[in-house]
Write a protein that binds this ligand. Structure first.
Ligand code: ZN
Length: 182
């Protein structure tokens, strides 16, 4: 009986090593490429797979990733995006969110193999900023940028602190009597 103990322990150890080394299997639904499209830049929480839009303008009442032509504007609202709190200042067409950069661990299980390859090298801050207008061919917006990044009709600005980055998304569409002019 004793002679089987060591081989059994060895097999168990090898299995544990394999489970640790092997990449996580593809999820049923990838948090990025299976996401719904968003008009404004989107924030991805790499630990939880939560994705949300840093919306500046009001969404279209029934068209996905389009804007409402008749903006009400003039309001201030708190937002909850990708597990973080922020606020939207629609009077100034701005949305603010603060990203803690030392709390999140990248969990690849939320992302498919192809997305893992695309975001490789951009995961160290625990969050990703993406242009998800067409999720299957998304663009990565760097969190390491120095100047303002332009994304279609949005300007993305950042203010870097010790352990956090404040992201400010500013809408640049012209608003005439609450009607958007592209
Ligand atoms: Zn994917």
């Amino acid at each position: 009986m004793k002679k089987y103990i060591f081989p059994a322990i060895a097999v168990v150890l090898i299995l544990i090593c394999l489970i640790t080394i092997l990449p996580a299997p593809n999820p049923k639904r990838c948090a990025i490429c299976d996401s719904i499209p968003y008009h404004a830049p989107a924030l991805v929480n790499l630990a939880t797979g939560e994705v949300g839009e840093l919306a500046v303008y009001e969404p279209h009442p029934f068209k996905v990733a389009e804007l409402n032509e008749y903006q009400q504007g003039g309001t201030f609202s708190f937002i909850y995006v990708a597990g973080l709190n922020g606020y939207s200042d629609t009077a100034n067409w701005e949305t603010h969110i603060t990203i803690p950069t030392n709390e999140n661990e990248y969990e690849e299980k939320h992302f498919c193999k192809s997305c893992r390859e695309r975001i490789f090298g951009h995961t160290e801050k625990g969050f990703l900023l993406l242009d998800l207008r067409t999720p299957e061919s998304f663009d990565i917006l760097s969190l390491d940028f120095e100047e303002i990044q332009l994304v279609r009709c949005y300007e993305v600005q950042k203010k870097e602190g010790m352990d956090e980055i404040e992201i400010i998304v500013h809408g640049t569409l012209e608003i005439v009597d609450h009607i958007i002019v592209e």
